[in-house]
Design a protein around this ligand. Structure first.
Ligand SMILES: Cc1ncc(C[n+]2csc(CCOP(=O)(O)OP(=O)(O)O)c2C)c(N)n1
Ligand SMILES: [Mg+2]
Length: 272
């Protein structure tokens, strides 16, 4: 897909996110909207995946380690043909495949059940190692929140990925500056993120996580890089695309009411 098509797809994904969370009556819009541009480029340009052949042994894999951003993941999977888009409104309903946090046992296309912060990243390291042992050239991608970096397991996984020189692994940190209760710098400082990963032996690329060109070129650079894993530290805005949600901790895990959802959809160029 070219840049314009990716921007249009990202707008569609954002509309789905608002619909899901509105109809679900709960969920996490803020961190879904900050991750949207990166996940759109991953799903519709970068990764070798096929919604009609979801178990292809040679597919690339994406692990949403910040599993609470499930509305973004479900929107991408639906748009990529893994399941019907009409099902998106069942988000967070009893017996739906679209649980609040992604379950690989309920939905084909979810590569790892996540929600307990930090664990998805470790699973992705294992997948990348397994690909290498199996002689596969497919790649593994994982997305982490910046608050998630406060989990100790993240740094154990970072150490292991570097030790094994997993250049088939690309991690993206959604650096929106906010976590559940406020700014990272007030809750538990995670900066300087890039220096920390560099100290762990990673190839580090810093970018604007809403700039499609920058995302495309950093992912291409990560693919070319050999010998160490790559992390993209992406500067983003929580709630990106919906004026009253942008940079607001209060929209971390709250559903909009009807009026708010209608305003959000209007700003995103859609209808509820
Ligand atoms: C181990 C664990 N502790 C706490 C939580 C509750 N929780 C869910 S989201 C969140 C904040 C995460 O912040 P961040 O990683 O920055 O996510 P984003 O800003 O991208 O939404 C917390 C504490 C959890 N899911 N897992
Ligand atoms: Mg955050």
């Amino acid at each position: 897909m070219d840049k314009k098509a990716l921007q249009e797809k990202a707008a569609l994904i954002r509309q789905h996110i608002i619909r899901e969370v509105y109809h679900g009556g709960s969920g996490h819009p803020g961190g879904s909207l900050s991750a949207t541009d990166i996940m759109t480029v991953l799903y519709f340009n970068e990764m070798n995946i096929d919604g009609h052949n979801p178990l292809d042994p040679n597919r690339d894999k994406f692990v949403l380690s910040k599993g609470h951003a499930s509305p973004a993941l479900y929107a991408c999977l639906a748009e990529a043909g893994f399941f019907p888009k009409e099902d998106l409104v069942t988000f967070r309903k009893l017996d739906s495949c679209l649980q609040g946090h992604p379950s690989m046992l309920k939905l084909c296309g979810v590569e790892m059940s996540t929600g307990s912060l930090g664990q998805g990243f470790s699973a992705a390291v294992g997948m990348a190692l397994a690909n290498r042992l199996d002689g596969k050239t497919s790649r593994v991608y994982a997305m982490l929140g910046d608050g998630e970096l406060q989990e100790g397991i993240v740094w154990e996984a970072s150490m292991a990925a570097s030790h094994y020189g997993l250049d088939n692994l690309c991690v993206i940190v959604d650096h929106n500056g906010l976590q559940i209760d406020g700014w990272n710098c007030d809750v538990m400082r995670v900066m300087p993120i890039a220096d920390k990963f560099r100290a762990f032996g990673w190839n580090v690329l810093e970018l604007d996580g809403h700039d499609i060109d920058a995302i495309l070129s950093c992912l291409a650079e990560a693919r070319q890089h050999k010998g160490t894993p790559t992390v993209l530290v992406a500067e983003t805005h929580k709630g990106k695309g919906v004026s009253f949600m942008e940079d607001q901790a209060g929209w971390h895990g709250k559903a909009p009411n009807r009026e708010q959802a209608e305003q959000a959809m209007a700003e995103l160029g859609g209808v509820l």
